[in-house]
Design a protein around this ligand. Structure first.
Ligand SMILES: Nc1nc2c(ncn2[C@@H]2O[C@H](COP(=O)(O)OP(=O)(O)OP(=O)(O)O)[C@@H](O)[C@H]2O)c(=O)[nH]1
Ligand SMILES: [Mg+2]
Length: 700
């Protein structure tokens, strides 16, 4: 494959609600551009981007997948992202590297929870947006309604660039309101110009006026011209569209059907003409190194700058091994080059460079700023890392993932499975930074945490199908935490004399609560040498160790500060081990005085259901200790937004199905931690005792 110059590349992330039609859109665009030997269909399990067996079996996209095509001598990189709620957080890294998002909206349903969610992600990375209203061939498809839902929901000029000709099965063409031309399409998706239908002319003209207005507003001299003449010429409009999109003032909308290929050619042309090219992106900011106080470094999207790239996806491929997918931010790179992984301080031989077409890797000799490439078998590199020129280093911030929303205990079914599980899970975790795996110190259980039940179930399937590890899944565990609510000054003294050399460590520390999310802070305020410098970290370690199994029910204790103020030592008997024990003892002595409490995860819940069910939905949420925070209409449905403790929501799906006769859906994600009411704390402690989570006081 040839290398493309920066301004002949477009990087698009397809985002939106689950089932909206993103994967089919990507597949049909590839087909139209002649990038694939045959036209892949989601329903037949033959698309390029839903290629792994789990995605095919479930007909949903589980993680970001790459594809590309050539159109009018440009390379269009397409990132297909998941829309299903348990997997939708993966859209974030895609939006971090895309220069434009294609927001895919189903013409039957209009804007949905997942559309809003991913739109919010795009706000986070200031990714410019274009919108695609798809499935216009379907029964009950309604372009006007879908457009209205978008206009009601998003505060930005949302202007159709193409409007549909014909409805549902008769949807056969589009009017391009930028150029005021109309097209119909043959079976291969090729456009043929036709006269503009007279019936809709007023609508086409009104939408064009809107566009003219948005463009006029973006520039003073254009504004003047518009005020004087009441319009703008094409030569004024077209060059400014891309700027308005890049500046997040305008979101154009394209009317398409991915199954009849109607409207796709104007969409691809629109991508080339209007979607911002990588080199229009603001300079990227990074740091010269990970050292504290390291200088800020900026890099422009230009091939002449020093090389740097950001890895946004790692794939554990059963055949190729570990594949790292990265966007080249600056400079250019050739195959077999050496680069520095500035995040991990390791040198990497890049080996062959590839462009990805789903699971297929196509070799490229060279690539420039703005392009997306994949390298196979880098030694240390993973998602979130920066690769850069060793002589001109830069490190970009990795993307933070939200806290896991749900945890399950997984139990290997046999001894053999137990041996294999860690290696297999390690590979799965590499691919998916939103997944967490720990081993509970008390119960020795393997705990797998993720963003939803389905998320965890797909991991179990992957373990079985790909790694031949069988596990049983046990009911979700609520990831409670503990914290303290009072200040206390305590001593921790560890002394042991058993003949020969003894053990001695002694510290005086102050425990104080920190605000929610404050984590753990350790401050050393010892003046003089009552505890020698080299033993102080051991005190901190001892406290951290003890805090990890909590003060009440065995859950990790968080949001507190410890200040080391004094202590004493013995020249012969003191060592690191003794001070660690002193730290643990200080923690245990503090437990009685700092008034510990249990914190529970509170979820943000959005329920979408027919309006007549709202009363029952709210009643039920109240009985789950939920707090309704707002309601709004979305089309014919009512959206109820609420916050509720996770522990009360574990069986919500089945209840919602029974309240709404399966017409409702909901989306839930972690919001924050709150203290649990006393009564419930009591039960949690009882339960922990029954499960053996609370360790008997160890003697040292
Ligand atoms: N009639 C019609 N059906 C479509 C069209 N586009 C997609 N579909 C169907 O809609 C369903 C979902 O399509 P996908 O492309 O898998 O949706 P998605 O947005 O990728 O879904 P997730 O990966 O779960 O987020 C499939 O059954 C498709 O065949 C279209 O233009 N017309
Ligand atoms: Mg998909």
């Amino acid at each position: 494959m040839k290398a493309y110059p920066t301004n002949q590349i477009r990087n698009l992330a397809c985002i939106g609600h689950g089932h909206a039609g993103k994967t089919q859109l990507v597949s049909s665009l590839l087909h139209l551009a002649g990038a694939t030997p045959r036209w892949g269909k989601v329903d037949e399990g033959t698309t390029v981007t839903d290629h792994d067996e789990d995605a095919i079996a479930r007909k949903i996209t589980l993680n970001n997948q790459l594809a590309h095509c050539e159109w009018r001598e440009h390379k269009v990189n397409l990132i297909d992202t998941p829309g299903f709620s348990a997997f939708v957080p993966h859209a974030r890294p895609a939006l971090r590297v895309a220069d434009c998002a294609l927001v895919v909206v189903d013409a039957v349903s209009g804007v949905e929870v997942g559309t809003e969610k991913t739109w919010g992600y795009a706000n986070e990375f200031i990714t410019p947006r274009m919108m695609v209203i798809t499935k216009l061939d379907k029964e009950r498809a309604d372009f006007g309604h879908a457009l209205d839902t978008a206009r009601q929901t998003f505060s930005r000029a949302i202007v159709p660039f193409t409007l549909p000709i014909g409805q549902e099965a008769n949807f056969r063409g589009v009017v391009d309101v930028v150029h005021m031309k109309a097209y119909e399409f043959d079976a291969s998706g090729k456009a043929k110009e036709v006269p503009i239908p007279e019936t809709g002319r007023d609508v086409y003209e009104r939408e064009r006026e809107r566009l003219v207005e948005v463009i006029a507003e973006s520039d003073d001299s254009l504004m003047e011209k518009w005020m004087e003449t009441g319009t703008l010429e094409e030569a004024d409009i077209i060059p400014n569209i891309s700027k308005a999109i890049a500046g997040s003032r305008l979101c154009p909308v394209f009317a398409v059907s991915s199954l009849t290929l109607v409207g796709l050619q104007p969409l691809l042309d629109g991508v080339l003409d209007y979607a911002p090219a990588p080199d229009t992106h603001e300079n990227e900011r990074g740091k010269a190194s990970l050292d504290e106080g390291a200088a800020e470094v900026t890099r422009g999207y230009h091939p002449e700058e020093p090389f740097s790239a950001y890895v946004f996806r790692t794939i554990a491929d059963p055949f190729a091994g570990r594949i790292n997918v990265m966007k080249i931010i600056s400079g250019r790179v050739k195959s077999d080059a050496t680069a520095q992984n500035t995040t991990r301080g390791a040198s990497e031989r890049l080996g062959a460079l590839h462009s990805m077409q789903g699971k297929q890797l196509d070799k490229v000799d060279e690539a420039s700023a703005g392009d997306i490439i994949a390298c196979v078998k880098l030694k240390e590199t993973q998602t979130g890392d920066t690769l850069a020129d060793k002589g001109d280093p830069v490190v970009y911030d990795p993307i933070e993932y939200p806290e896991a929303a749900i945890s399950f205990a997984i139990e290997p079914k046999s001894r053999q499975d137990e041996e294999k599980i860690s290696v297999a899970l390690h590979k799965i975790l590499e691919e998916d930074p939103s997944l967490h795996f720990t081993r509970d110190a008390q119960t020795k259980e393997f705990i797998l945490s993720g963003s939803g039940q389905l998320h965890i179930e797909t991991v179990v399937e992957k373990l079985r199908n790909r790694y031949h590890v069988e596990v049983a899944l046990h009911p979700p565990k609520v990831p409670y935490k503990e914290t303290i609510t009072a200040r206390a000054e305590v001593q921790g003294r560890h002394k042991k004399q058993t003949g020969g050399r003894g053990q001695f460590g002694d510290c005086k520390v102050v425990f104080e609560p920190l605000p929610r999310g404050g984590g753990f802070v350790f401050e050393d305020k010892i003046f003089g040498g009552s505890v020698p410098q080299q033993f102080r970290p051991a005190i901190e370690k001892g406290i951290v160790e003890a805090a990890s199994s909590g003060a009440l029910a065995g859950y990790p204790l968080v949001d507190f500060k410890v200040t080391l103020i004094d202590g004493s030592y013995h020249t012969v008997d003191s060592d690191e081990h003794s001070f660690r024990a002193a730290g643990r003892k200080a923690f245990r002595n503090a437990v009685e005085k700092v008034k510990p409490t249990i914190l529970e995860p509170i979820m943000h819940v959005e329920v979408v259901a027919p309006a007549e069910c709202s009363g029952d939905i709210m009643g039920d949420l109240n009985s789950r200790r939920g707090r309704v925070q707002g309601m709004e209409m979305r089309g014919k449905n009512q959206v109820v937004k609420a916050q509720a403790p996770m522990s009360e929501m574990l069986d919500y799906q089945s209840k919602l199905n029974s309240i709404t006769a399966a017409r409702g859906s909901f989306h839930m994600e972690f919001s924050h931690y709150d203290p649990v009411p006393n009564q419930i704390a009591h039960k949690i402690v009882e339960q922990a005792r029954a499960e053996g989570r609370i360790r008997a006081e160890e003697e040292e």
